[in-house]
Design a protein around this ligand. Sequence first.
Ligand code: ATP
Ligand code: MG
Length: 416
Amino acid sequence: RAAATARSPWPYASALITGMSGLPDARRKSRLCRRLSRWMRMPVTRVWSCWKGHWKVVKMKRILTGDRPTGRLHIGHYVGSLKRRYKLQEEGNYDEFYIMIADSQALTDNFDNPEKVRKNVIEVMLDYLAVGLNPNKITFFVQSEVNALTELTYYYMNLVTLPRVLRNPTVKSEINSKNFNESIPVGFATYPISQAADITAFKANIVPVGDDQEPMIEQTREIVKSFNRIYDTDTLVLCESLLPNNIYQRRLVGTDGNAKMSKSLNNCIYLSDDKETIKEKVFSIKTTSRRIDEPGIIDGNILFMYLEAFCEDIHFKKYYSEFNNLDELKIAYQKGGIGDASVKRFLTEVINDELTPIRERRREYAEDLEKVYNILKEGTKKAKKTADKTIVEVKKAMKLNYFEDSEYLNELLNSK
Ligand code: ATP
Ligand code: MG
């Protein structure tokens, strides 16, 4: 199913095609795609030929995203990416939608703990279904089962330098927080390259993520550009990240005040936490100590960062009717007279309100694990097929297709 947009870029045609004469067909097409993408402000991945003065542009929307099975999913995942995935699913304006459980990537810093990764594959899958992601609309798969991803990673490694890999700010901060010191596993330092393989294997052009993944998307784009240039092809597709508009959702802070809530940092409120646990975690959040009548400080206040990310006016109606909205609460808090305990009580209600239906759906799916297992198994089969198609194209572009249609043999015979 292709979303076809027939829009004539004719007035711009001369600008679009300058500097293309003499280029091979594939280069002309990929350059045209890039220029059209800029002009149309959306990713254009294929251009059909010109017919009676009208260009027919076919835009394929392929979405890919994923999570590491290093623990259950938390509210950072929810606001950073899961909510957007659900919205995209419901809008239905896409051709293919893949969600990957990144177990191979999880092993790069958990290689000595395979049990943890194994156990969490199904936990993550349960979280997906719990937030309403639908296996009839989305293909869910396990990364390690798709061999093509490892093969692509190996080829892409030649396109990236070591200093470039280590310059990645997310990798840098993760290396620091994991105390690897000098013993950084090569697999860990280079995991953004494997992410490029994941994205490009499915020719995804849209990747809904939190902002810690921006450097990975940038790295992927660089690999795509290098690959297509070096091998003179348009096989690989440029992708774009899709970040939440709300800055507090792009990177939700941890309950310990760390800049990022993260499974590996143990500072999370999980989607599956019950109300009592949520309350405990919210009440453990540190705020500046003050007397209740003293003015409160909003800047850097974790409670308000969570409220910015989660609460809507309806929550005030339900749980804090003295105020109509967050702005009013903020003003009152800054004046003094509002204690942190009452804000914490409100925040607990807001988070619990959002998580209650998720928790209930999770419980239902957990009672039928065989069904969940089969969803993942079937999805993985489908994902394998798609990635295998890409690897054939990639190898062809790299001239590694020796035994296809006797091409290599013909070349050998003709060169005699
Ligand atoms: P780990 O600590 O194992 O890396 P994680 O909590 O960082 O786990 P990932 O599986 O690495 O989670 O991330 C999956 C997706 O969720 C990514 O798109 C990431 O950007 C997003 N995400 C993770 N944590 C947050 C957060 N605190 N705020 C917003 N988005 C997040
Ligand atoms: Mg992470």
